[in-house]
Design a binder for this molecule. Structure first.
Ligand code: EAX
Length: 336
């Protein structure tokens, strides 16, 4: 009797252990991907590419659910969500990270790069690795440097051709101290507003203008509520893509590798789309009623001159050593 029940107990224990092993082997992980741009934007194309690769290579063990248009979270909330593990993945501008990791303020300095290729070389290199190490402290594991692109001013009052044209204008910016200081240096009045609220803010005249890359302007239909676009290319904005460290730790090394590699393939996919489509989107913005201005080298020079000392105000916050290394590396890209 005793033996029989002992055998039974062993039998049941073995069965339940097997069930546990089988169920954890089949356990599915759903990664929620939050971003703020519309589904027509290259952010979405990159998310879809990443989803396709991850789901295929993990045989559906990991699935990715994409939430576009800030429908789930504005960028600062997404950063919080990753810290807590309630959101799995996000791609954000550097701006929402500056409140947590001061070194990211360096990414927001004006006129650091001339071409997208310079910026890609820079962020794919050592500084990119270092910046990703820094965000690990707040629970965000960096996967790849996606691309938001060069930002340009739009407004409803006048073409912005020289710093004096900014006088009296309220310009929406991300909540980035460096961006806001740069616009102040140009003579404008910066107003921080979340991206999801920007169209309405422009429509209602809460602000006169804003600045964003061409793809963001076009896909968010700011041409309906903004008259003038100046191709100022004043900030290059990377879009680092992160996974929540809480979720990352639970993935197997193979799964981690698949996720990381997929983010890199998606990065190259979106960079190609962004570069291929920019000229066409500028034409479309014109057709849809915007007046588009390109700056001569002299005009661009005056924008640069006005903002050339912004970095000095942030040196102590960013840290002198890191900033020096950052600026030095930025001055060297494109020369290989
Ligand atoms: O990362 O808020 C903005 O203007 C950004 O371009 C947007 O968050 C995309």
């Amino acid at each position: 009797m005793f033996l029989k029940s002992r055998k039974l107990r062993i039998f049941f224990a073995t069965v339940s252990l097997l069930l546990l092993v089988v169920s954890s082997a089949c356990a599915k992980t759903e990664l929620v991907f939050s971003h703020v741009l519309p589904p027509e934007h290259p952010y979405q194309a990159a998310c879809e590419k990443m989803k396709e690769i991850v789901e295929e290579k993990t045989n559906g063990e990991i699935t990715i659910t994409i939430h576009a248009s800030a429908s789930l979270a504005e960028e600062p909330e997404a950063v919080e969500g990753l810290k807590m593990g309630t959101i799995g993945l996000t791609t954000v501008s550097a701006a929402p990270l500056t409140g947590f990791v001061k070194e990211y303020m360096a990414c927001d300095l004006p006129f650091l790069f001339k071409t997208p290729q310079e910026a890609y070389e820079f962020y794919d290199g050592e500084i990119g690795v270092e910046l990703f190490k820094l965000t690990e402290k707040i629970g965000l594991v960096g996967l790849a440097w996606w691309d938001n692109g060069f930002r340009n001013f739009t407004n409803n009052v006048r073409p912005l051709m020289k710093p004096a044209d900014f006088k009296g204008l309220k310009i929406r910016l991300m909540n980035s101290p460096v961006h806001m200081a740069s616009v102040r240096a140009l003579g404008g009045n910066p107003v921080p507003i979340d991206f999801g609220e920007l169209y309405t803010a422009l429509q209602q005249g809460v602000v006169d203008g804003q600045e964003n890359p061409v793809a963001n302007i076009y896909t968010s239909r700011f041409q309906e509520v903004q008259k003038y676009l100046t191709m100022s290319r004043h900030f290059y904005d990377p879009s680092p893509t992160f996974i929540s460290a809480k979720i990352w730790k639970k993935l197997t090394p193979e799964q981690q590798q698949i996720v990381k590699e997929a983010a890199i393939v998606a990065r190259d996919h979106m960079r190609k789309i962004t570069n291929d489509q920019e000229a066409g989107l500028i034409e479309k913005l014109k057709q849809e009623g915007m007046e588009v201005a390109f700056l001569t080298p002299e005009e661009a020079g005056a924008f640069q001159e006005a903002t050339k000392d912004v970095w000095k105000d942030f040196e102590s916050q960013i840290g002198k050593e890191f900033l020096t290394k950052y600026l030095d590396a930025a001055s060297k890209v494109g020369k290989k």
